[in-house]
Ligand binder design. Sequence first.
Ligand code: GDP
Ligand code: MN
Length: 368
Amino acid sequence: MKFYEYKAHEIFRKYDIPVPRGVLAANPEDLVDPPLPCVVKAQVLVGGRGKAGGVKFASTLAEARDAASAILGIPIGPYTVKQVYAQEMLDIAQELYLSITIDRSARAPLLMASALGGVEIETVPEDELFRMHIPPLAGLQPYVLRALVKKLALPKEIAAKVSDIARKAYDLFRREDAELVEINPLAVLRDGRVIAGDAKLVVDDNAEYRHPDYAELDQDRTPLEEEAHDKGITFIQLDGDIGVIANGAGLTMATLDVLGLKGGRGGTFLDLGGTDDPEKVKQAFEILLKAKPSVIFLNIFGGITKADTVAIGAEEALKEFETKVPVVARIKGVNEKRAKEILADAGMHSVEDLEEGAELAVKLRGPH
Ligand code: GDP
Ligand code: MN
C-alpha cells in the first residue's frame, strides 16, 4: 500500500513529526484558502514530481490556482494527476535525506540519511550516505543516532531535531507495519526548524488486516482489481490484451515474459495461488472475462494443486459464462491426463509446453 503525500503527512502528524500545512484540491476552484506563499504539488504515487512539472511555487491565490490547473491532468510516470496538494512554502536552508526501509538480506530495518537531500538518493555518492541497520529487538538506540548526526555534520540544535524525527519515524515504521518511510527533503529551515518537506510511505499489504482504516486508501486499484481483491483473488490489470491465469507469482511472471517474447502482451493476470477449488477457478475466469481479453492463456503447474480440478473449474466457467474467447491451456502435474481430456472436451486448446502455448495464444488473438 503506497500512500499519497498528503495522506502520509496525516500519519506523520499522528506521530508528531513536523510537516507543512496544506490543502488538497481536485480542481483549481477548490483552492479557496491555501497557505500562502505555497508549493502546489501533484499527488501521485511516484517520486520525481519536481522534474515532471508536478511541483510549482505560488505567492497568491490566483497563482496557486494557475499552478493547480497546470498540474492537474498531466501524466507523471504511469499516473495522471487527479489531485494537488497546496502546502505552505518552506524557507529551506538545507535539504537532508532520511529513510527507513527493510534490508531483507540483513533481516533488519535499515536507516539511511544524507546531507545531500532533495535529489534522488540513487544519485548521492556512496560516501555521502549514512547507512546503519536497526537491531529489530533493541530498536533505534542512541548510538545509531549519534553516528547519523556525526556523518551528516549537523550542528547541535539541528542534530537534536533530526534525531527526534528519526526516532519518531522509526516508531511510525514499526507501528504502521511500513516497508518504507522516506523523507526527501527533510528540510532544515532558515529559522532553525526541521520539517518533513516530502513524505513517502509504503505499508506492507500483508499487514492490511491490522489497519482496517487503510483499506479505503487503495485508490490505486481499478474497479475490477477492487472486485478481485474483495474476493481474495490476486488480479492485476495491465495494458495488453491477453488474459493470463497461472499459479504462483513466479510462474505467472514467467508466463507474461514468454508471452512478451512471442510478441504478445499480457492484459490482465491472475494468480490462482495454491487453490484448485473449481469454484475459485470459475470466479477467476469471471473476473478475467470482464476485462474483455482477446484470448485467455491458462498456465498451471499442479503440485499440490490438482490439474483435473482446475480443468473442471475452467470447463464450468466456459459453460456458465458462454464465452467465445479462445482459451489456450497448459496444465502440468498431478492428474494432468484427466485434465487434458476435460480441456479438450470443453473446446479449449490444450498444449504441452509454455512456449508452444504462448505462440498459440498470440496467434489466436488475431491481428493487433
Ligand atoms: P519530488 O520531486 O516528487 O520528490 O517532490 P518534492 O516535494 O520533494 O519537491 C521537489 C523539490 O522541490 C524539493 O527537493 C525542493 O528542492 C523543492 N521544494 C519543494 N517544496 C519546497 C518548499 O516549500 N520550499 C522550497 N524552498 N523548496 C521546495
Ligand atoms: Mn522529494
